[in-house]
Write a protein that binds this ligand. Structure first.
Ligand SMILES: NC(=O)c1ccc[n+]([C@@H]2O[C@H](COP(=O)([O-])OP(=O)(O)OC[C@H]3O[C@@H](n4cnc5c(N)ncnc54)[C@H](OP(=O)(O)O)[C@@H]3O)[C@@H](O)[C@H]2O)c1
Length: 247
């Protein structure tokens, strides 16, 4: 049975993928900070092959906790945990927000690959899906640092593909546009009105939409790598072109 580590499994895309992969019989290691959300998911899935790793990826013990829980034996890494904080212009934004985005979206993401790759190479294979974003392809006002972090993920993924070619390690990336998850609630620091306004008059992707595409990537034959999926809602043309009705 394949062992899958999903970071950011307590909500949104990571949670939706956990549900799908659990139904497919994978053994899951689900990581996030909110232990109660992970417990809730584990009970909902009612499957003995679900292990939770409640920890902050940026905390000093994160790597040790993951090593202890998984013994570094991971066949599939879903490098999904990430966030945007704020929509302010560079000079008006908070440096602490920048640090948190860079540490989570970039440093922690890269570190996870560093952790799982030796086992994959030694045991002759593995899959890695990095959560990028259309923010890794475009840049927009009020998103300088978030966009920079996702551009970094894109560059890292590309270099990793070059390094692992021919080793039965499939390095893949998915880059969604607007997905209705907790993403905007986190970005606007709990301001529901602002968060809801993001999706006003348009139909965003659901976490399940994205998760089903990731399942498709994983279920291709071993010789097939879906290098990247870029996906947006039909109502979206780019980060800044959004068609809204009746608003
Ligand atoms: N939603 C979108 O429109 C969108 C578009 C493109 C790309 N993405 C990317 O998709 C990924 C998932 O986002 P989502 O939309 O599913 O948002 P979400 O619902 O807010 O989920 C984010 C997940 O990341 C976890 N996380 C954040 N910081 C963490 C930390 N320091 N340590 C451990 N876990 C942490 C959160 O769990 P805890 O809070 O419990 O720790 C949560 O499970 C992110 O990388 C995001 O950048 C999202």
């Amino acid at each position: 049975m394949k062992r899958v580590l999903i970071t950011g499994a307590s909500s949104g895309i990571g949670r939706a993928l956990a549900v799908i992969l659990s139904q497919k019989g994978y053994e899951l290691f689900l990581l996030a900070r909110r232990e109660e959300k992970l417990q809730e998911l584990k009970s909902e899935l009612g499957n003995s092959n679900i292990h939770i790793i409640p920890c902050d990826l940026n905390g000093p013990n994160a790597l040790n906790e993951i090593k202890t829980m998984t013994n570094c034996h991971i066949d599939i890494l879903i490098n999904n945990a990430g966030l945007a904080l704020g929509r302010d212009k560079v000079q008006e934004s908070q440096l602490d927000d920048w640090s948190q985005m860079i540490e989570t979206n970039v440093t922690a993401n890269f570190r996870m690959v560093h952790l799982v790759l030796p086992w994959m190479i030694q045991h002759g294979g593995g899959d890695i899906i990095n959560l990028c974003s259309i923010a890794g392809h475009y840049a927009y006002q009020g998103g300088a640092v978030y966009c920079a972090t996702k551009h970094a993920v894109k560059a890292f993924t590309r270099a990793l593909r070059e390094e692992t070619a021919g080793q039965n390690i499939r390095v893949m990336q998915i880059s969604p546009g607007m997905v209705h998850s907790d993403f905007s609630k986190v970005r606007f620091k709990g301001n529901d009105e602002l968060a809801d306004s993001v999706y006003l008059g348009m139909t965003p992707l659901t976490p399940e939409d994205v998760a089903s595409m990731m399942l498709f990537m994983l279920e291709r034959p071993r010789h097939v790598v879906i290098d990247e999926i870029i996906t947006m809602p039909q109502d979206q043309g780019s980060p800044t072109t959004i068609m809204r009705r009746n608003v």
